[in-house]
Design a protein around this ligand. Structure first.
Ligand code: NI
Length: 134
């Protein structure tokens, strides 16, 4: 058992400013205003309510890595992100347990340039692994 701490829930949105307003209407507050991630071509905003951190992710260009996902899933949650204090070992353990990395570990500008990587699992879809200092 890995027992990694949940960091955030990633939420696909088509129009990020409209989504921020809507989440605010539901009582969410902005934790971190919109940051543009150049490598993934997405705009990202972190919001929080009741201890839940939600990452709004919106494609900035038609060739964004999430443009296809948004077409398929519309506005919807699409990944849970887990914190790793032992990134290489947790990544290896997940890979051994049937999670397939779909990108290389890459610095995430919206998360202080900590490394993240995304993995797919046949039973629960996409997860994100975030390297944190222990
Ligand atoms: Ni995320």
């Amino acid at each position: 058992m890995l027992n990694l701490k949940v960091h955030h829930i990633g939420y696909l949105v088509k129009k990020i400013n409209a989504a921020i307003s809507e989440f605010q209407h539901l009582g969410y507050v902005i934790l971190q205003d919109i940051v543009y991630d150049d490598s993934r071509k997405v705009n990202i905003c972190f919001m929080e309510k009741d201890g839940y951190t939600v990452e709004l992710v919106s494609p900035a260009t038609p060739d964004s890595v999430v443009a296809g996902l948004l077409k398929k899933y519309k506005n919807s949650p699409y990944h849970f992100c887990y914190e790793s204090t032992d990134f290489e070992n947790d990544l290896a353990a997940l890979t051994k347990d049937g999670y397939t990395a779909i990108d290389m570990p890459t610095p995430a500008p919206a998360l202080g340039n900590s490394r993240v990587t995304f993995l797919m699992n046949a039973n629960l879809g996409m997860i994100e692994l975030l390297e944190v200092r222990s």
